[in-house]
Design a binder for this molecule. Sequence first.
Ligand code: HEC
Ligand code: HEC
Ligand code: HEC
Ligand code: HEC
Ligand code: HEC
Length: 432
Amino acid sequence: MLQAELERVLDPETCRGCHEATTHEWEGSMHAYASIDPVFRAMNRKYQATRGDADPSFCIQCHAPLALRYEKSIDGLNLHDVADEYQGVTCVSCHNVDSITRLHNNGIVLRGDDTMLGALENPLANDFHSQDYSTLTDRSQSDSSMSCGSCHDIVNHKDLHLERTYAEWQESLYGTISTENTQGLLNCGSCHMRGRNEVVSAMPKSPIRRRHDHSMPGIDVALLEGFPRREEQREQIQRLLNTSLGAHLCVDARAGFNEISVTLENIAAGHDFPSGATFDRRIWLEIEAYRNNTLVFTKGQVASNQSFESQRENSAWHLHATLQEEEEEEDTHSFWSADSIRENSLEAPKSTAESVDGAHAQERLFVVPGGPLDRVEMRFKLRPIGLEILRELSEDYDLDERLIAEMPTFTLGSTELSWKSETDRRCIPTTP
Ligand code: HEC
Ligand code: HEC
Ligand code: HEC
Ligand code: HEC
Ligand code: HEC
């Protein structure tokens, strides 16, 4: 009976008539893309082929939780035959949460009825769904971070906690209530769902309220052509990435050599940078130095058709993680079978008093022999998923090869710095 009530409100298309703007934002989000994603499907095929006797539903429990609940799929291998309303992280996955049994691997228990849970004061009645208040969907309550966090932390069957966005947030300034931060918290939704003043439903007499953006850009991009607002998503991600990090470049001319220092700081993310699927990301520094207008030093360059892996020997600094399996010499891409992870992320600040020496900031030094330099240039680049990972999925697990060329390489705006001896003092920007 309850199941039938929930079934009535499963399909996001039925929300569009009354919640047009919200549905429009959601349909272009990674939540909507989570299980139609061809990279996900190919990687799930790899998981199924290599998992041994580990849980067949491990991947779809987060990427297509309704398909699993309604037994439309057990292992995700038939997702191409599953109807749209069961695909991805749909409205009810967030708006019908009854309780949370664990803070990783999707411990969300749905109520199973047609009640839409939110945080509106005196919501206007409508004859399509019932509604109620829940702290689990109220951005001003830390409970709401648990609803996000339950899917945003992954523990594999070897007990390795390898995606830790919720745990990182909880250990950060934003997730901790302390003497200096008594009202605490900026929750996931406080940063990821901007509000604006407008109606939230098309019903007559709908009052103006705070309506919250549901597009939730991060790092991952939709590669499929024709996915709603694909280009807009890339622009949103670029804007986020332009302001996530603080960077400083300092150059010191010494007797017979130059010391170049690069400092990087996590200033805007409420968790590590990068967070989540850190092992799939590729994030690296490129740096060049010139004397008399001649290039005399270069490190870290990766061309647009090259994988980071193939240029690893020349790496200057990278922020993504690597995964290891016991008794294997090579790093693995199979996060489900990893025994350990080597992180290089920048942590979120743990308190407002944290100095630049804290783990949210890091510094690297480069030495260039010879006389004074006249120009140094640097930038961090970011690829949501490494090309070598995509190539492997294409070769062995049926990922359409043409999609690989759709993978963008972003330049992180605030890290694009150019120092000139003529006009600049020791460091740019001047005050660290
Ligand atoms: C017939 C119109 C209609 C349809 C269809 C509809 N809603 Fe609503 N919904 C409303 C109205 C009206 C409100 C209250 C708006 C207000 O008070 O400003 C509302 C409020 C909500 C709230 C906030 C509840 C709260 O108490 O904070 C959520 C969440 C919600 N709807 C989700 C959905 C979802 C998901 C769907 C599709 C499965 C959907 N709605 C379909 C009319 C509708
Ligand atoms: C203080 C603001 C803030 C808070 C709080 C916050 N985030 Fe973020 N988050 C950001 C910013 C800024 C980015 C963009 C930088 C980036 O893409 O890594 C980001 C990126 C992300 C990404 C993509 C990360 C990656 O590296 O792949 C995910 C997923 C994410 N956040 C989820 C969450 C969840 C879940 C929570 C709550 C547990 C949360 N965020 C809390 C600001 C915040
Ligand atoms: C990833 C989780 C998530 C998904 C998926 C999601 N929502 Fe929401 N939604 C939220 C959160 C969190 C809020 C903020 C509530 C608050 O703090 O005011 C919210 C708020 C709302 C509101 C109240 C008005 C507002 O903007 O605050 C409506 C209506 C709504 N969502 C409808 C939908 C519809 C329709 C869909 C699917 C097309 C959907 N949501 C998908 C998490 C989600
Ligand atoms: C039912 C599980 C589930 C819940 C609940 C959930 N998410 Fe997600 N989220 C996912 C999955 C799966 C993806 C990745 C989809 C993909 O990239 O294919 C994702 C992607 C994202 C991204 C984009 C990440 C990137 O790297 O681009 C952000 C940001 C995000 N979620 C934030 C949130 C926030 C904020 C909440 C709570 C309001 C939330 N999520 C609740 C499962 C969930
Ligand atoms: C606990 C929930 C959870 C489980 C289990 C899970 N994922 Fe994810 N997945 C996520 C979230 C959340 C993100 C977004 C992470 C981020 O932004 O850093 C994501 C991102 C991804 C992405 C990147 C999306 C893209 O195409 O850009 C792929 C691919 C993916 N997952 C595949 C898998 C596979 C394959 C499995 C099973 C072996 C799996 N996931 C298991 C939650 C989960």
